[in-house]
Each structure stands twice: as structure tokens, then as C-alpha cells.
Design a protein around this ligand. Structure first.
Ligand SMILES: Nc1ncnc2c1ncn2[C@@H]1O[C@H](COP(=O)(O)OP(=O)(O)OP(=O)(O)O)[C@@H](O)[C@H]1O
Ligand SMILES: [Mg+2]
Length: 606
């Protein structure tokens, strides 16, 4: 028997004729949906109906809908054995091979449907996940879940909230929803605009919430969300059950079969995954919580003024832009402190703010509440602002204007910073000097920071404002140095020299134990005295904004260095951080520890 699905959209003024025809077609197919003439007449959304009737009936319906100003798509039935060997001759448009499904609903629609099913005494089962690359493990999990009730709903995380690192999800949420909706056991699918399952649980209040067996040991859930989910499900009188089906991993399958990285990177990942497990890395990162860390350095307010292009100025040879909006970010040492606070609960920030236009309230609001901040006001100055004019929403910079006072800190303020260091430096396990060369860290303060009793991690930046005057070689020593390729070339006056040679040279000169040279899309090169070199490739290629990637790399690798972690692991963590950082607009937010662990989980799945 022939079987079709119709997707009817945009009926402006459905006639009684259409209502009759549709009802004839769907009558015995969708008894649950209680479709009467009224619902049909107000219908302005896709509706799937199946026809077990004749070609003539379909053609008549198509004609009636077209006359009423509506549209209709005729879609091949899911079950090929129901489909005739030879398609019948037809006057309606060709069969569409795509599988659009009305099982995909919004959360609001689901709420209505759930209420209806509940009142009919049906038990609601919910599963939630990303479901990127659906595999047999998912299919069995879903089939097992369905057995716990009468209606199975699957909610999936929308693309913008999937935190599995660059390039993921491989399949966008519409495709993921479509795949799931084609599974027999699934009644409804919804795409959830939220990072966790909580929104689904709150809205659906399932009788049964089903998780895979990998969540049975709740402590293994990196996000810790399973505890909140269980609490919410039980609050609404439901229960959480775990299926006991074979587990495959989408990430593992994608890593193994979908060539998500170039061959050398794949080799690198396979090799390093044999040396470190994600559980071990998570433990190592957790062990940094108690580390007492001081971040000292120039505060910067990064400012983006978003513009749209108007056209060439009539009198000048310039392109005029129209201002759209602006956004401020806590940058420089403020961003470094926020990144470090993802790892340590004991972070102090020591920085200088302008007495005028200090941005103090903004900074307080943007700093992680765990950070103890010491602000030294600099009289007669503004806090450094780097204003970039940005083309539309592309994050492409057009022009930059800096508001800064970059002469060395006056004697009195230098004394205030010096007093703090004199009194408290001994209390810290690690000091990060985030030196952007804007005057805060004077020669005298550098001398204090470089004392052998401190463990010092240095990031000495070259930027347009300091034009190569701010070199790491200003410091007498440092234990860990993290700079980019341009910075090491300037510091060694070597435009074309071999980076490994230059890295070793700087490492020796500053009596450092480790140096890392970050190289943008080339990843990073590390050198440890007495151990040699370790190269790590870049791990992400989707760039939103490159600003601040090096700062994030430096901030999150420094505590790992201080804890004595191996250089290959530091390289992996640093480049994973860099990959996540280039997806964040400027310093809008720090690289989040949970996101980092999720990304590393996926990278190490082989
Ligand atoms: N274009 C890119 N493609 C892939 N990864 C990148 C790219 N740019 C940066 N990264 C990642 O970020 C890390 C640090 O970047 P980079 O070497 O550009 O630092 P930087 O010049 O100090 O940046 P900034 O000073 O703006 O913070 C790299 O090691 C790499 O992991
Ligand atoms: Mg940098």
C-alpha cells in the first residue's frame, strides 16, 4: 500500500473542503493529535499526515491547498517496504527526498503536548544530550529509554551551547534533531537553547529521566550537572534511571573516522592520549585549587566600537563608518587574573588604575568574585583603554585608538606597589607578571619580582603601544617564560633565526626552567632545561577573535608549570586553552575550566 507524508504550511484561508480532505487522510493515522476542523483552520505550521489512500485523493488535496494559498510538500514514507517499486504518475510536485519531521517541536509546543498526553494517563520519558553522530549505542539507549514509559521525548543542546571544542558539533542541531526524529522509538525532539538539561527538565517534568550508563558513576560527570538534574527530576516526582547498553562515544568515532584534524595532529593526539587520561588531567587541574597566586601587571580596558561601513568620504580618501554599539572587556592583567581563577581559588591581583576614568566599578563587576583585588590609583591618568573600531559583527578591526599613560609609574605609586610586594610576596606559591609594557612594572619592581626566592612566570608583551621596547630580557630572571614568536625574535634581535635556538638562548639567559613560544596557528614550542624540546600543534581552527589567546595560554599554563607538571602535558593544555580562547570575542569571558575539560575529553578519545 502507498504511504506518504504531507507537510502543509502557510494555509491562509483553509476551506472546509481542505479540512474534510485532510481529516479523511489522517483520521486513522494520528488519533492522538485530536485534529478537528478548528485546529486545522488555525494551523499555520508544518503538519505531517500519512496517506494510505489513492493518488486521486492526494492530487485533490494538493489542488485545494494550492487554491487556498497554502503550500504542500509530499515526502517519501520512512518505511521503504511500504513504498511502491514504481512511483505512480502524479500531478503533484516531485517527492522530496529530505526527511522533514513534525516530531521536532519547540519546548513550548512540547509543554502543550505533554499536558495532553499526561491527561490521557501516559507516562513521559525524557532523554537529553548532544547526539552528534548518532550511533548504535545511542539507538540502544533510546530504545531502552522508551520502555520506561509511553511517550519518549529527546531534547538536544543547541549548537551554540555545545562545549566540545572547535569544530563540534560536527552536525548542526537541525540535522541532529532530524536524525533522532527518524528513530521509531522517538515521539518528539526539541532543540534547547541552554547549556544543560535543566531547562528541559523544568519544562517537561518527566516521569522518567533516562541517562546512559556512563553517568552511573555520578562523580565522573565533569560538569557535576547530574546531581542538579536528579534533584530537579525528583522535585517534580519523577525518577532518574540509567540504561545499561553498550557505550560508544561520538567523540571517539569522530576522532577515528571523520578526520577532524590534519594527519600530524591526529598522530600527536593518538600518542598523547596513550600517556594521559582525562581523569588524571582533571585530578591534576583540581590539585591547583589551593595554589596561592599573585597576578601583577597593567590593567587594560579593551573596547570594541562596532560599526557599519557607509562608503567613501566625498572629500577625503577614507571610508566612513556608522557607529552601531560598543562593548568593554576586562583585558590585560584583569583577563589574566580571571583565567587563573578558573584553576585556583587563591588569586590576588595587584594593578594600577587611572584616578580619572578608572573603570573601577566595571572592573569589580567583571573580575571573578574569588579574586582579591588591590588597586593602586595613578593620579592625573585614565585607566588604559584600547579602543578598536570593528567592522560590523565580523570582529575585524578597522582602527585602534589607545588612551594610555605609559611613562614609568611615579615614585609614590611605585612605593605603594613595592610595599605590597615587600610585605606579601613570600606568601605566594607563584607570581605571574603580566607585563604589557604600559608603565606599571618599573625597573625597581622588576628587580623585586626577579628575586630568586619567588617563583616567577613571565609574559612580557610587545604591542603597538610599546613598539618592541618591552622585552623579556628586561628581567634578570624568571622561572617560566611564555611569549609569542614575534616577542622572542625582538628579544634576541633575530628576525630569521631558528626558534628552538632562540628559545634555548632566552631560557639560559633568564635562568628559566621552562620557556614556551606560542606560534598562533602553528601551536607552540616548549623547552625545558635539561630535558629538551616539545612541540604541540594548534588544536582548533575556528577563529572568532585572536585577541587574548596568548594571555589565556600563559595564564592557565603557569600554575601547571609551578606544580611541576610535564612539558608535553603543559603544551596540550596550553593549546587546548588557545583553541578555546580564539573562539571568544576579545576577553568577553575567561576560558572556562569545565569547557577545557570537555574539550580535552574529546581530544583524548581514541
Ligand atoms: N590562528 C590560530 N589558529 C589556531 N590556533 C591559534 C591561532 N592563533 C592562536 N592560536 C592558539 O592560541 C595560542 C596563543 O596564540 P598566539 O601565539 O597568537 O599568542 P599571542 O600572540 O601572545 O596572542 P595575544 O598576545 O593576542 O594574547 C597558540 O599557541 C594556539 O594554540
Ligand atoms: Mg601575547
Amino acid at each position: 500500500m502507498d504511504s506518504y507524508q504531507l507537510v502543509i504550511t502557510g494555509i491562509c484561508e483553509p476551506t472546509a473542503e481542505i479540512a474534510d480532505q485532510v481529516l479523511d487522510l489522517i483520521e486513522d493515522v494520528m488519533p492522538d493529535e485530536v485534529l478537528d476542523r478548528t485546529t486545522l483552520i488555525t494551523l499555520n505550521q508544518p503538519l505531517v499526515v500519512k496517506s494510505s489512500d489513492s493518488e486521486a485523493q492526494l492530487t485533490a488535496l494538493y489542488d485545494s491547498i494550492s487554491r487556498a494559498g497554502g503550500k504542500v510538500q509530499i515526502i517519501r514514507s520512512r518505511s521503504t517496504d511500504q513504498f511502491p517499486e514504481e512511483a505512480p504518475p502524479r500531478r503533484y510536485p516531485p517527492v522530496v527526498e529530505e526527511s522533514t519531521s513534525t516530531k521536532v517541536k519547540t519546548l513550548e509546543e512540547l509543554q502543550t503536548l505533554v499536558a495532553r498526553h499526561r491527561s490521557a494517563g501516559r507516562k513521559i520519558v525524557l532523554c537529553h544530550g548532544v547526539f552528534d553522530l548518532v550511533h548504535l549505542g545511542h539507538v540502544r539507549h533510546i530504545n531502552a529509554a522508551r520502555k520506561h514509559g509511553d511517550i519518549l521525548i529527546i531534547t538536544i543542546t543547541a549548537d551554540q551551547h555545545v562545549k566540545r571544542g572547535p569544530g563540534r558539533p560536527v552536525f548542526n542541531h537541525n540535522l541532529r534533531a532530524e536524525t533522532l526524529s527518524n528513530l521509531e522509538a522517538v515521539d518528539y525532539v526539541a532543540i534547547i537553547d541552554a547549556p544543560t538539561a535543566m531547562a528541559s527538565i523544568e519544562a517537561i517534568q518527566p516521569d522518567v529521566y533516562v541517562k546512559g550508563q556512563d553517568y552511573k558513576d555520578k562523580k565522573k560527570d565533569l560538569t557535576g550537572k547530574i546531581f542538579d538534574e536528579q534533584e530537579a527530576v525528583e522535585r517534580y516526582g519523577g525518577k532518574v534511571v540509567f540504561t545499561d547498553e553498550i557505550t560508544f562515544s561520538s567523540s571517539q568515532l569522530i576522532n577515528l573516522y571523520l578526520d577532524s584534524y590534519p594527519p600530524q595532529t591526529m598522530e600527536y593526539l593518538k600518542e598523547i592520549s596513550s600517556r594521559y587520561s582525562i581523569e588524571r588531567i582533571a585530578e591534576m587541574l583540581d590539585a591547583l585549587k589551593q595554589m596561592r597566586i599573585l597576578v601583577i601587571g597593567d590593567a587594560i580596558i579593551d573596547q570594541y566600537h562596532y560599526c557599519t561601513t557607509l562608503g567613501k568620504s566625498s572629500k577625503e580618501n577614507i571610508v566612513a563608518n556608522k557607529y552601531l554599539s560598543e562593548e568593554n572587556f576586562a583585558g590585560g592583567s584583569l583577563a589574566v587574573a580571571n583565567h587563573v581563577a578558573q584553576l585556583s581559588d587563591n588569586v590576588t591581583l595587584l594593578t594600577v588604575l587611572g584616578e580619572n576614568d578608572s573603570f573601577r566599578d566595571f572592573i569589580q563587576a567583571k573580575l571573578n568574585s574569588k579574586i582579591k583585588a588591590e588597586f593602586v590609583p595613578r593620579p592625573g591618568c585614565v585607566t588604559t583603554v584600547k579602543r578598536r573600531y570593528i567592522a560590523g559583527d565580523t570582529n575585524k578591526k578597522l582602527f585602534e585608538v589607545c588612551f594610555l599613560e605609559d611613562t614609568p609609574l611615579p615614585r609614590r605609586e611605585e612605593q605603594l606597589v613595592g610595599n605590597f610586594l615587600e610585605q606579601y610576596l613570600k606568601d605566594y606559591d607563584l607570581v605571574l607578571a603580566a607585563d604589557f609594557g604600559h608603565g606599571m612594572i618599573t625597573r625597581r619592581l622588576m628587580g623585586m619580582l626577579s628575586r630568586p626566592t619567588n617563583r616567577l612566570a613571565l609574559n612580557v608583551q610587545s604591542n603597538s603601544a610599546n613598539r618592541g621596547f618591552n622585552l623579556v630580557t628586561k628581567y634578570a630572571r624568571g622561572d617560566f617564560i611564555c611569549i609569542d614568536e614575534a616577542e622572542i625574535r625582538l628579544a634576541t634581535h633575530s628576525r630569521f633565526g631558528d626558534i628552538p635556538k632562540l628559545a634555548r638562548q632566552i631560557c639560559h639567559r633568564l635562568h628559566a626552567r621552562q620557556i614556551i613560544v606560542t606560534q598562533g596557528s602553528e601551536g607552540s614550542l616548549s623547552y625545558v632545561q635539561g630535558q629538551g624540546f616539545s612541540k604541540t600543534p594548534a588544536l582548533g581552527f575556528q577563529k572568532v577573535d585572536l585577541v587574548g589567546a596568548g594571555d589565556a595560554f600563559y595564564a592557565l599554563t603557569s600554575p601547571c608549570f609551578a606544580a611541576g607538571y610535564p612539558q608535553d602535558l603543559i603544551g596540550l593544555i596550553g593549546n587546548a586553552v588557545g583553541s578555546l580562547a580564539i573562539q571568544i570575542v576579545c576577553n568577553r569571558e575567561p576560558v572556562n575550566k569545565t569547557d577545557l575539560l570537555k574539550f580535552l575529553t574529546r581530544l583524548l578519545k581514541f
